[in-house]
Design a protein around this ligand. Sequence first.
Ligand SMILES: Cc1cc2nc3c(=O)[nH]c(=O)nc-3n(C[C@H](O)[C@H](O)[C@H](O)COP(=O)(O)OP(=O)(O)OC[C@H]3O[C@@H](n4cnc5c(N)ncnc54)[C@H](O)[C@@H]3O)c2cc1C
Length: 262
Amino acid sequence: MYAFEYEAASSVDAAAGAAKGGAKVLAGGQTLLPSMKLRLSDPGKVVDLGQIASLKGIKRDGNAITIGAMTCHADVAASSEVKSAIPALADLASHIGDRQVRARGTVGGSIANNDPAACYPSAVLALGATVHTNLRQIKADDFFTGMYSTALGDGEIVTAVSFPIPKKAAYAKFKQPASRFAMVGVFVAQFDSGARVAVTGARSCVYRESAMEKALSASFTSAAAEAVAVSAEDMNADIHASAAYRANLVKVQTSRAVAAAR
Ligand SMILES: Cc1cc2nc3c(=O)[nH]c(=O)nc-3n(C[C@H](O)[C@H](O)[C@H](O)COP(=O)(O)OP(=O)(O)OC[C@H]3O[C@@H](n4cnc5c(N)ncnc54)[C@H](O)[C@@H]3O)c2cc1C
């Protein structure tokens, strides 16, 4: 690890001011600290968000659930509000990493980091969530811009995420055995306006599977999902799985998610 300056911010404005010019904000540290330890990241200054109470918490907001950016995965998994309104989101959070990771890792850190195999980005995209920052509101379709990159500007801080409540939804993750990240994870959501399907782990960034959305908007059934041809183009190929294997998994996991949706 390279040497760095540490500051615990007392407010979002103070954190945003301190986090400019290459400094990094610290949330649960589950990704930032390992990458600093491996000298893959050298921020020079770390601004801790842990003391800012307004960044934590879960509330029902009309027809949406709003989750504070510093809310840890374990709290989302255990939340009665989330379990009753969007059980698929509580289920997703309950299968992230292991107990230790869930006790520290946060929703804000997960989406700001935008790991290609992370779980939360698929929920944000499939549910058409709104990402609140200290400066603005960003629609899910505009937030994830590429591998480990998002629409966030320098020093911009995610403060909360609002998830619209669907008619039904589910997340089906085929996990990478060692890390439990998604080899392929599919989040499906059904709204009055139609179905949304987001896939993580399969490409360099989370994406919406439009052919699946068209089929499931017409018929929200596993049979409809299984009838869709999924192209292996742009799919990841690595020691864990070939592109063709992942393309097939997208279909299998979508079908499983539709069957499990509630
Ligand atoms: C062993 C292990 C297994 C894991 N398995 C999974 C898994 O199965 N599925 C999964 O989805 N994830 C998994 N993770 C990742 C985990 O979910 C992390 O919690 C998450 O990636 C980062 O969240 P964090 O709160 O720890 O953020 P940090 O590590 O503190 O920060 C991550 C990055 O986001 C930035 N950041 C943090 N908060 C904000 C904010 N509010 N606004 C702007 N930028 C911010 C930081 O500056 C940093 O660049 C795993 C991690 C480990 C170590």
